[in-house]
Design a binder for this molecule. Structure first.
Ligand code: S3P
Length: 183
């Protein structure tokens, strides 16, 4: 049987998670799906996993239970990620706000921080109305403030930083896999 050695670390060669962190609109979910396609590893989006588990949207959870409850759900999910086989994991932008989450993520996988300029974020989030921490007014100001507060937390959690401006999801995924292979 002919086996394509490939340039990507196939599932058999990846023994831990590839984890994407970064601000809302940094492309974690789209790039994560692309990575999953390339590596054949299963994909998990922490927002979607919690929405499915709780039977509510993120916005509904924020509205009815508040942000603190959301952070508790995220932390419980993070703990459970220790027990699952290697996945591609796209995280919610605020996952690093719980310090223990940052430590867990670094320990259980290779963490990539997807960075982009404010303009890129704003373009990607222009039509978004689903994110409770990003009301439609003053999106730029809100993003700047959140980003400033979170940068040290992303920095402390990330093994690698990927600049995504001007790159298509497939190009970003390719860069992540090349970095993963070389590390
Ligand atoms: C949040 C980001 C969202 C979601 C929730 C809170 C944040 O995920 O978890 O709205 O605090 O930045 P995305 O980064 O996938 O938008």
């Amino acid at each position: 049987m002919w086996i394509n050695p490939g340039i990507w670390p196939r599932a058999s060669r990846l023994n831990s998670h590839i984890i994407l962190i970064g601000m809302m609109g940094s492309g974690k979910t789209t790039v994560g799906r692309e990575l999953s396609h390339l590596t054949q590893l299963p994909f998990m989006d922490t927002d979607q996993a919690l929405e499915k588990q709780l039977g509510k949207t993120v916005a509904q959870i924020f509205e009815t239970e508040g942000e603190a409850a959301w952070r508790t759900y995220e932390a419980t999910l993070c703990q459970s990620m220790r027990e699952i086989p290697p996945h591609i994991i796209a995280t919610g932008g605020g996952i690093v706000l719980t310090p223990e989450n940052g430590r867990i993520l670094r320990e259980i996988g290779t963490v990539f921080w997807l960075q982009a300029s404010l303009d890129t974020h704003l373009q990607r989030l222009a039509l978004d109305t689903d994110r409770p921490l990003l009301p439609s007014q003053n999106k730029a100001e809100k993003l700047i403030a959140l980003s400033k507060a979170r940068q040290p937390l992303y920095q402390a959690c990330a093994h690698h930083i990927i600049q995504t401006d001007g790159l298509a999801p497939a190009q970003i995924a390719t860069q992540i896999l090349a970095t993963q292979k070389g590390s």
